[in-house]
Design a protein around this ligand. Structure first.
Ligand SMILES: [Zn+2]
Ligand SMILES: [Zn+2]
Ligand SMILES: [Zn+2]
Ligand SMILES: [Zn+2]
Ligand SMILES: [Zn+2]
Ligand SMILES: [Zn+2]
Ligand SMILES: [Zn+2]
Length: 457
């Protein structure tokens, strides 16, 4: 590019020997000393432009003067930028065509004026029209579009803003922050509160809504942690207490508190449960008693019958007609006849009201099929005199040998037989009173079966 002189006159500087003062007689001539040497240039005058010579076209009307000016020694206009060139003014234009500090238009036609020395750098790094590759995606751009691309390249690795320490390509950053980042916020799926992802495990260890199993393994499979205490206290079926009256039939179950309340409120119900329990137990006692009496059956053929509470039984017998006391059954031998004695304290038949009557009857026994019938053993009844002096004691004895024709001694049927044989006038009431047949309100009677058929005494 060629510049007109007027374009650069303002930036021209001259060596100091070129006097800026014009001599009076050479008022129109700008004198440049020919002796000035370009090899030892003095310091330039450049502090004030108004001291610089004013050069106008008029000045150059004079050819000689122009020659003189053009021959003056000047520095390169880029002296300040470091160009050491210094020569006649007329050579300056040619120098500028090669001066590495002079600005020329960018070879890429980006429109910028760039000093030659900086051109390489410009073309490489700053030219808007330069060709460049993105370091991250490796795509080619012009400098201008690269600047736009920088900061948006999807392949540029960036530190995650959540400070998780990860570097993720820009295009994956959204997905990372949403689904992978250890520092992303996530809601606890149980309590819905938000937590940094990597603290969620620690939160779950104490989250109140976190599902836990009942430690008693009841049918409630899982429940929120914060409900466990109430569950154990009030609802856990394995942890409930049974009512104190459970054995009586109460099915209530509850925690300690509700059990206390239940006991207070259910006294009536519990009482009726207890009553039926007592009745049930009484039946059990009866059947146990009969089982025991079966076990303690007497197989000796001799029964000692103890009649307690004599006075009460006697007055009951007097008040109630036909009241009969029966003895425990007994056997004549282990596989013998089964017998039972009975007493009418107030008499029966001919002894009624005056005597104690006593009878024996044959009960259906286990071994009847093997025995001889009719029953023919002699039977004796003895009422013991319980006087203190044994020698003075006088027992009352009655006995008989069964007549084979008597119906009472045939093999008994399975139906209980009310018929017996004995003595309606065994002992008179008078006799009972006279002697000590009753002592401590108790009477003893012996019933003896003689297996040898001999009349017993
Ligand atoms: Zn230069
Ligand atoms: Zn350029
Ligand atoms: Zn890129
Ligand atoms: Zn992250
Ligand atoms: Zn939670
Ligand atoms: Zn439970
Ligand atoms: Zn109860």
């Amino acid at each position: 590019m060629v510049r007109g002189l007027s374009q650069w006159t303002k930036t021209l500087s001259f060596p100091a020997r070129v006097s800026p003062q014009r001599p009076a007689k050479e008022s129109k001539v700008f004198h440049v000393s020919p002796s000035a040497s370009p090899t030892s240039p003095p310091s330039p005058i450049n502090d004030t432009m108004d001291k610089a010579p004013i050069i106008t076209d008029e000045n150059f009307q004079d050819t000689e003067a122009e020659k003189a000016i053009m021959g003056s020694i000047v520095y390169c206009i880029h002296h300040k930028d470091g160009c050491k060139w210094s020569d006649e003014l007329r050579k300056l234009k040619a120098h500028l065509n090669t001066c590495k500090h002079d600005a020329i238009p960018c070879g890429n036609k980006c429109g910028a004026m760039i000093p030659r020395v900086l051109m390489e750098d410009h073309l490489k790094y700053t030219c808007a029209q330069r060709r460049a590759r993105c370091d991250f995606c490796a795509k080619e751009f012009t400098g201008h579009t690269l600047e736009k691309h920088t900061g948006t390249c999807g392949y540029e690795p960036l530190y995650c803003e959540n400070k998780c320490g990860m570097k993720v390509q820009r295009r994956h950053l959204g997905q990372h922050k949403l689904g992978e980042c250890a520092k992303r916020l996530v809601a606890c799926r149980y309590c819905n509160k938000e937590f940094v992802f990597d603290t969620l495990g620690a939160h779950h260890a104490k989250c109140g809504r976190f599902p836990v199993a009942c430690p008693h393994r009841c049918e409630t499979a899982v429940l929120p942690r914060e409900d466990l205490e109430v569950h154990l206290k009030d609802h856990c079926t394995t942890h409930l207490l049974s009512c104190t009256f459970k054995d009586a039939g109460c099915r209530f179950k509850g925690n300690r508190f509700s059990l206390d309340k239940h006991l207070e409120e259910s006294a009536k119900m519990h009482l009726s449960l207890m009553c039926s329990l007592v009745t049930k137990q009484q039946h059990q006692i009866t059947s146990l008693k009969s089982a025991i009496s079966k076990l303690s059956l007497n197989y000796t053929g001799t029964l000692i019958w103890k009649i307690t509470d004599y006075a009460a039984k006697m007055s009951e017998a007097k008040a109630k007609e036909g009241m009969e006391l029966v003895s425990p059954p007994f056997y004549t031998s282990q596989y013998g006849y089964k017998l039972q004695a009975s007493i009418f304290l107030n008499g029966n038949g001919t002894g009624e009201g005056s005597h104690i009557s006593i009878y024996i009857k044959i009960l259906p026994g286990e071994y009847d099929a093997l025995l001889r019938w009719p029953f023919s053993h002699s039977v004796s009844f003895t009422m013991f005199d319980q006087t203190v002096i044994a020698e003075k004691a006088c027992n009352i004895v009655e006995s008989f040998i069964p007549d084979p024709t008597w119906k009472n001694f045939q093999r008994p049927s399975r139906e209980p037989d009310s018929l017996g044989f004995g003595f309606p006038r065994f002992v008179s009431h008078e006799m009972v009173k006279k002697r000590h047949f009753v002592k401590d309100d108790t009477m003893f009677i012996r019933v003896k079966v003689d297996p040898s058929k001999i009349v017993a005494v």
